[in-house]
Ligand binder design. Structure first.
Ligand code: SAM
Ligand code: SF4
Ligand code: SF4
Length: 341
């Protein structure tokens, strides 16, 4: 079957699957409120349903899957889903993004089941900042999770740091040292005004340019790596060979080469992180649709795609939080932790 291309000629190659909307942290940039409305448990796709959908998605060109959330390791027996996905021949890459809290205890089961790569979110090395940022304790557990991951996926562990002014921007260089000492690749992520970031403001964003300037002041010349890829991170090399990445989603969005879509834990398919409307795949599955008819719906939906959400946000001059708190409370699907970051 021909791979699907959207109206801007972008293929569908990557699927990010949120396996749960629940989380054991409350990061200020993602879930800053006290109360959340969770998706009803009976609406969550079962592993068999997810694996079936992924198989159908591969017919359209999907080759990479990333499991995310909420916190994916809260989904009971997640390694069983990994095992089912690992059996899909057309799938080339199965990755996971986690906050790391439960990773030390699950790394072996996930690696044995066939998980190829892992990204751990690490915004700070200071327990006090961790607590302020996530409103929970647990930095030591996250660090133990990173050690366990480094042992099971050598060369295939990344660390993601969301840089926020007034919170952790003073730790850029410390995080870079931490990653370098362990041969892990660190990626700096610009703070984004996604649904859930109800306290976002342009002044809290530490831009790609500022990040590079801080690193250059300590490490000298930074060499951009010439790469032709659809990956969101631009990669750079320091003189000592250390490679790091920057995901400049806010100041330099990469919508023109965006080949990813998102599936929520209850089976809503979104073509863009910023899309208001999605396609209800759970309804199709549970109404008895065949693989062929699901594939046809996916294809017509993707070929009509014109989304370039982050670029459009950049064009808006007076820019505040994307979605108001009331709207988020009415519809949890607008939240980043539901949609999968
Ligand atoms: N709970 C897991 C974790 O934190 O790694 C996976 C889900 S989380 C939504 C996925 C990624 O989205 C994390 O790396 C997180 O830092 C990032 N993220 C969440 N809100 C963000 C925001 N407002 N701006 C930039 N990145 C954000
Ligand atoms: Fe933090 Fe990830 Fe949980 Fe969001 S989903 S609150 S980023 S740990
Ligand atoms: Fe892709 Fe939408 Fe993100 Fe742009 S904003 S990179 S189109 S998901």
């Amino acid at each position: 079957m021909q791979p699907a291309l959207d109206t801007l000629g972008r293929p569908l190659a990557n699927l990010r699957i949120s396996v749960t909307d629940r989380c054991n942290l409350r990061c200020a940039y993602c879930m800053p409120e006290e109360e959340y409305r969770w998706l009803p448990k009976e609406h969550l796709l079962r592993f068999e349903e997810l694996a079936r959908l992924v198989r159908v998605f591969t017919a359209l060109g999907v080759r990479k899957v990333r499991l995310t959330g909420g916190e994916p390791l809260l989904r009971h027996d997640l390694h069983e889903l990994v095992r089912q996905l690992a059996g899909i021949r057309a799938l080339e890459d199965i990755a996971l993004t986690t906050n790391g809290l439960l990773l030390a205890e699950q790394a072996d089961a996930l690696a044995d089941a066939g998980l190829h790569r892992i990204t751990v979110s690490l915004d700070t090395l200071r327990e006090d900042v961790f607590e302020t940022l996530t409103r929970r304790q647990g930095l030591a557990k996250v660090l133990a999770g990173i050690d366990a991951a480094a042992g099971r996926w050598p060369g295939r562990v990344k660390l993601d740091m969301v840089v926020m002014r007034g919170t952790n921007e003073g730790e850029l260089l410390a995080l870079l040292d931490f990653a370098r000492e362990r041969s892990l690749e660190l990626r700096f992520i610009e703070y984004m005004d996604v649904g859930g970031a109800t306290r976002w403001s342009p002044t809290a964003v530490v831009s790609r340019a500022e990040i590079l300037a801080t690193i250059a002041a300590r490490h000298g010349e930074i060499e951009p790596l010439a790469e032709h890829s659809s990956a969101p991170a631009e990669r750079f090399r320091l003189r000592d060979g250390t490679v790091f990445g920057i995901i400049a989603s806010t100041t330099a969005p990469f919508c023109s080469r965006c080949d990813r879509a998102r599936l929520t834990a209850d089976g809503m398919w979104y073509l863009c992180l910023y899309a208001r409307l999605g396609l209800d795949l759970r309804e199709l599955l549970r109404a008895g649709a065949t693989d062929e008819s699901i594939a046809a719906r996916l294809r017509t939906t993707w070929t009509a795609r014109a989304d370039r959400g982050a670029e459009q946000r950049l064009e808006e001059l007076a820019r505040g939080p994307l979605v108001g708190l009331d709207a988020l409370r009415r519809d949890p699907h607008l939240e980043m932790h539901t949609r999968g970051g």
